[in-house]
Design a protein around this ligand. Structure first.
Ligand SMILES: *[C@@H]1O[C@H](CO)[C@@H](O)[C@H](O)[C@H]1NC(C)=O
Ligand SMILES: *[C@@H]1O[C@H](CO)[C@@H](O)[C@H](O)[C@H]1NC(C)=O
Ligand SMILES: *[C@@H]1O[C@H](CO)[C@@H](O)[C@H](O)[C@H]1NC(C)=O
Ligand SMILES: [Zn+2]
Length: 350
């Protein structure tokens, strides 16, 4: 940690250290308006791509359904087209109501042999409602998944160049399957895919190049950034986890600086500076249990349309989506650009 702080200081990017030690965060994009050359990738939206992507995901996609299979294929194809090495984490499991189902997490890597990963995640299954076969879960989580693919798409030239010769960091996109409960949300009936993947990454190890050290693959995740419930008006994103509060603060600052630069629509603040009192249970649970640092980007309070037939295209709020897309893209860009050494935000035990 100390080492990292010194390096950032040398770059003139000394982050404000909040509350605790270990609060590394990429500095806000203070150069946004002064260095258009460097910032150019941040400024180019591709909403045509976003809309096409969202349309492909925005179908009923309950685990085991035909729509689910189609979306799975779409995710694999999209990741492959964007230059990711794609892996499927497949398993069968018996669940309430629907019985035995086949689950498939989709994982895309850029720079798969890197020491550590910036991991961005969403869930792609839609919730099963016996009385509503048309439920599409627009905010839950078609929009978050479209945001991940659109971020990769719009940063593609930057990512290609960045990861040609780097070993400190790779990018990992995770599309979790089976986040939703089939009956009532419990620890057993929820986050099926996340539990399977966390367990697999905790059991497998890699030997990093240039060392004889073997480390658990789950420990190569520097931070799991989980997006959920995005696309409704007036969304507020709080900071849920103390060890990633610094990262959350960089989102607050990026939002501020983009708003100042006239890049955002409306004046409603999305990213709140104050830590939230509690946490929201979600796909990050099994990763938290393995001490993976988590940045949970979920709207609280939940959208009004949450788990209702109204969580569809018609009720999406486009200014909010566009604002989130811009801030998030800038965050990912900054994280990768300013990263030079492994960042350890894990809670220290003992
Ligand atoms: C994307 O879709 C939204 C909702 O249909 C629409 O308002 C917007 O104009 C579309 N953007 C583009 C670039 O087509
Ligand atoms: C990676 O490539 C860039 C541009 O080609 C160069 O500036 C940088 O020094 C290289 N980094 C390493 C670690 O080789
Ligand atoms: C790795 O192990 C081999 C054999 O034990 C040894 O020769 C080599 O120096 C080690 N390399 C590093 C980087 O520790
Ligand atoms: Zn849900």
């Amino acid at each position: 940690m100390l080492q990292l702080i010194l390096i950032l200081a040398a770059l003139g990017q000394l982050p404000t250290l909040l509350a605790q030690k270990q609060q590394w965060r990429p500095a806000p994009s203070s150069t946004a308006s002064v260095n258009p050359q460097q910032q150019r990738p941040l400024l180019i939206d591709d909403e045509v791509h976003f809309n096409q992507t969202l349309n492909s995901i925005l179908v009923p996609r309950v685990v085991g359904s035909q729509g689910h299979q189609q979306v799975l294929q779409f995710l694999v194809q999209s990741l492959t087209n964007l230059g990711f090495q794609t892996e499927l984490d497949e398993f069968r499991q018996r669940v309430p109501v629907l019985g035995e189902l086949q689950f498939t997490n989709v994982i895309g890597y850029i720079n798969p042999t890197a020491q550590n990963f910036l991991t961005l995640a969403c869930h792609y299954d839609s919730k099963y409602f016996p009385n509503d076969p048309n439920f599409v879960g627009a905010t839950d989580s078609a929009v978050p998944c479209a945001i991940l693919l659109n971020t990769a798409k719009t940063l593609q030239p930057f990512l290609k160049k960045q990861f040609l010769n780097r070993s400190d960091l790779g990018l990992m996109l995770v599309f979790f399957d089976g986040e939703e409960a089939f009956k009532d949300w419990t620890n057993a009936d929820s986050v099926y895919g996340a539990r399977h993947l966390a367990s697999k990454l905790a059991k497998t190890r890699s030997v990093l190049s240039g060392t004889n050290q073997s480390i658990r693959n789950i420990d190569r995740i520097e931070v799991l950034v989980l997006l959920d419930l995005i696309g409704a008006p007036n969304a507020k994103f709080s900071s849920f986890h103390q060890n990633t509060h610094g990262l959350h603060t960089s989102l607050v600052q990026i939002e501020q600086s983009l708003r100042k630069a006239g890049q955002l629509q409306g004046n409603g603040k999305m990213f709140l500076s104050l830590p939230s009192g509690g946490q929201v249970d979600d796909d990050h649970r099994p990763f938290l249990e393995e001490n993976v640092p988590v940045l949970h980007l979920i709207a609280t309070p939940f959208p009004d349309v949450w788990h209702t037939p109204k969580d569809n295209a018609e009720h999406l709020h486009w200014p909010s989506i566009r604002n989130f897309v811009k801030v998030f893209r800038s965050f990912v860009y900054q994280y990768i650009r300013l990263h030079t050494e492994p960042v350890n935000l894990r809670y220290q035990r003992g």
